[in-house]
Design a protein around this ligand. Structure first.
Ligand code: UDP
Ligand code: MG
Length: 255
């Protein structure tokens, strides 16, 4: 058994946005659980915020309906964000980056931000319920019937929590295949100011991608959902192939 420290508790309670229970109540709650579970309780509280129903808006029925979801996966620096931007621009498809949504949640000053930031800096994956909650909320705000999701799932737990929380699976997985050395070189020169773009964290992210994504990719390969693209090429060359894949798959041919 391990209790959260006073300072940590005060910090958590300060965010009234998320924690509506009193200090004592929260302390009692945290005191009853092991430290590994405590992390889950904190993130479960955050979930209430990220999955809060959106206000009534036009197109809400379409927004809630089942969508054609395309997961774009690949190691860090494999070009996911760059290519998703281009598809999104040319085909008017909304794209949600799981990593960006998590960074925005942290930047919003939420109570569990410090814990989430620590997980990211260790190159680990944050609890699936939080990421899936963020993605669901983002999807609920668009009436588009097709969406691109960049950088999700990252492991089997992500995939199964998506399945149970969202209720349906993706339509296609686009796998960006790039040699490790090329990804490392790209990240070395990336200047996005991301705290996790340091040598140590990058190495762990690449390692985790290789080990944790293998079973996810095996699963999607076994049901024929994976399309692999070689992304060790100039941006325009990759995009030319991706554009044609997208057209074939998602743009109806005129009669
Ligand atoms: N992350 C996560 N779950 C996700 C997506 C991202 O936990 O579904 C975390 C993880 O720690 C990852 C970091 O956010 O290393 C950055 O993710 P992003 O996709 O932005 O990085 P990229 O792989 O594109 O460099
Ligand atoms: Mg990215």
């Amino acid at each position: 058994m391990s209790l959260v420290g006073e300072a940590g508790l005060r910090q958590l309670c300060q965010s009234r946005q998320i924690f509506r229970c009193s200090h004592t109540c929260l302390k009692g709650l945290l005191g009853q659980v092991r430290s590994s579970d405590r992390h889950r309780i904190v993130t479960a509280q955050a979930l209430q915020m990220v999955t809060a129903p959106s206000p009534e808006a036009p197109g809400q029925r379409e927004a809630a309906a089942k969508k054609r979801v395309v997961f774009v996966v690949g190691g860090p620096g494999s070009g996911k964000g760059t290519q998703c931007d281009l598809i999104s621009r040319d085909f008017s498809v909304p794209f949600f980056s799981a990593g960006e949504l998590i960074r925005s949640l942290i930047a919003s000053g939420c109570a569990e931000g410090k814990q989430l930031q620590d997980i990211i800096l260790q190159g680990h994956i944050i609890p699936s319920e939080v990421t899936v909650g963020l993605l669901q909320k983002a999807m609920a705000e668009t009436s588009s019937d097709t969406v691109l999701i960049d950088g999700f799932p990252r492991n089997t737990e992500n995939r199964t929590v998506w399945q149970s929380q969202v209720g349906y699976d993706c339509e296609m997985v686009l796998l960006f295949d790039c040699p490790e050395e090329v990804m490392l070189q790209r990240l070395k020169h990336r200047r996005d100011g991301r705290a996790d773009d340091n040598e140590d964290t990058i190495r762990k992210r690449v390692q985790n991608f290789k080990s944790q994504m293998a079973p996810v990719l095996d699963y999607y390969q076994s049901i024929g959902k994976v399309t692999t693209i070689n992304t060790d090429r100039p941006v325009e060359d990759i995009y030319s192939e991706l554009n044609s894949i997208w057209r074939q798959r998602f743009v109806p041919t005129s009669p």
